[in-house]
Write a new protein. Sequence first.
Length: 174
Amino acid sequence: MKNKLNLTKVIIFTYTIFILFSLITRYNPGVAIFDNLLDFTIEMVKILPCAFILIGLIEVWIKRETIEKYFGQSSGLLGHFWAIILSATTVGGAYVAFPLGHTLFRKGARLSIVLTYIGSAALTRIPMTIFESSFLGIKFTITRLLVSIPLLVLSSIFLERITNIEDIPKEIKE
């Protein structure tokens, strides 16, 4: 673990020196990398605080029994359907999908449904789907969704079956 920490420090230090060198000497690729980092950081600062407040409210307001009812072991394919609907309406993409998926898992959701939620967050977000259909056409978008959603659900179920839940670290489950 100590070697990993030292490597991380070396990478961050090297990156910082490269960015400073690029800004001082006006090295265009380094300046572009810094600009991208700045844009990404601003985007994250806009989304993450609101997302984490909402996830905190979900932790407090939604009972474990409710999550187990709709996303738990006995929910079946309907649980995958609700996960897809939830992910389609979630704003923030992966920034929000992973923490919310963790919350769902901790509150009793099946692993396959959490995986469906996370995968679906990349596939079915309503704003992105509308954007895609305006450029590529509604026929393409519907075909993509009709092909990708069943494959996502099947792969999530398969991954749940080959994953030993006992191998998941205790910190993730609690």
